[in-house]
Design a protein around this ligand. Structure first.
Ligand code: 13P
Ligand code: SF4
Length: 359
């Protein structure tokens, strides 16, 4: 019996056939995918599960993964915070991270002895690209003693220069855990501004506004950076107004990487997990979810009675690099391995573990 006919699900040892997987995917996606597509995805999924078993691997998948991948092969699905926690707890030999590079790097930072694979070498992130370790060192020289909080959407070298990391799910708690009058918050301009507004803190951006007199910092509680997510920065208040005109009952959810104006015009803002939870707990006829479009597909698959108003012309090109085919190739060929050399890894680990301890 070949891989296409029968495979096993990881450590649970439970047999999974193409028929089983086709049924599982049909249940979730039968309303939106044609049968031949479901069957094809089921074949690939069963092959992935077989390779996952052979490699003693675990698959972690971000909420932005395409629905057929999202609902078939992952051991864990979630937002950045959730997946960091799962990465920290895994006992598998191999971690396949269906997400972007900085997420896979975080898994490697926490698991130096395990092999971490990311299915595409091109899965970057505009936020992670927006700041270098040297720029963080420069900020530290300019603002001595001010703690540095880095969004996990950064590369390991930047995490290594930071006191603590945060995600969109815990940014406020992390800042408050420091008990410091002023923090440097990197690199997302909009997330920083949204947290500043939520906590009533005054924010400035020293890279955009020169700080001539450090005593003028007395009433500044957040020093930000001007990085942006190339996806979330494109959503506008006009998009929300147009959607509300056309669908007066629409509930608007915005990721905090959107601009403060967009977040203010939305009904709810939170991490990808928080938005998924919001839909589950607040039934409404339709939602506009201002984040990567695949997540809307995944929510619809879980809640067939709720409609998602689509804005799929705005996509994350990096997350969309990760396909089922490449996930299979990653396990078969053991590619693309993520490495974080010492001493950067240990220094970055301190910042990530400090975040995980915040709870
Ligand atoms: P979450 O941590 O909310 O999943 O966000 C990650 C991300 O990259 C959003 O664009
Ligand atoms: Fe980075 Fe934005 Fe893509 Fe998230 S959606 S991975 S922040 S570019």
């Amino acid at each position: 019996m070949g891989v296409h006919e029968k495979a096993r699900i990881g450590s649970q040892g439970k047999a999974m056939t193409v028929e089983d997987m086709t049924g599982q995917l049909r249940e979730r996606l039968g309303r939106v995918l044609p049968e031949f597509e479901i069957r094809r995805k089921a074949e690939i999924a069963v092959e992935i599960l077989e390779w996952k078993r052979r490699r003693n691997a675990v698959i972690l998948a971000h909420n932005y993964m395409e629905p057929a991948l999202f609902y078939s092969v992952p051991d864990h699905r979630g937002d950045s915070l959730d997946l960091s926690r799962k990465a920290a707890a895994t006992q598998a030999d191999v971690i396949v991270f269906c997400g972007v590079r900085f997420m896979a790097e975080t898994a490697k930072i926490l698991n130096p002895e395990r092999t971490v694979l990311v299915p595409s070498p091109r899965a970057g992130c505009s936020l992670a690209e927006s700041i270098t370790a040297e720029q963080v060192r420069d900020l530290r020289r300019r603002f001595p003693g001010v703690p540095v909080v880095s969004y996990v959407n950064t590369y390991a070298e930047v995490k290594a220069e930071s006191d603590i990391c945060c995600t969109s799910g815990n940014a406020r708690a992390v800042i408050e855990s420091l008990g410091a009058p002023t923090v440097i918050f990197l690199p997302d301009q909009y997330l920083a501004a949204n947290v500043a507004r939520e906590t009533g803190r005054h924010i400035i951006f020293p890279s955009a506004t020169p700080v001539a007199d450090p005593s003028g910092l007395l009433d500044v509680q957040i020093l930000g950076w001007t990085g942006r997510c190339e996806v979330h920065e494109r959503f506008t208040v006009a998009d929300i107004e147009n959607a509300r005109r056309q669908f007066p009952d629409v509930v608007v959810l915005a990721h905090p990487e959107c601009s403060p104006d967009v977040v203010a015009a939305a009904d709810f803002s939170g991490s990808t997990n928080a938005m998924i939870r919001y839909v589950a707990e607040h039934p409404a006829p339709r939602y506009l979810v201002l984040t990567e479009c695949s997540m809307g597909d995944n929510i619809t698959a879980a809640h067939p009675d709720r409609e998602m108003v689509r804005m799929c012309s705005i996509r994350c090109p990096h997350m969309n690099e990760i396909t089922m085919e490449d996930t299979l190739a990653a396990l078969k060929l053991m590619r693309y391995e993520v490495d974080v050399p010492e001493p950067v890894r240990s220094r970055a680990r301190r910042a990530v573990e400090r975040m995980l301890a915040v709870g």
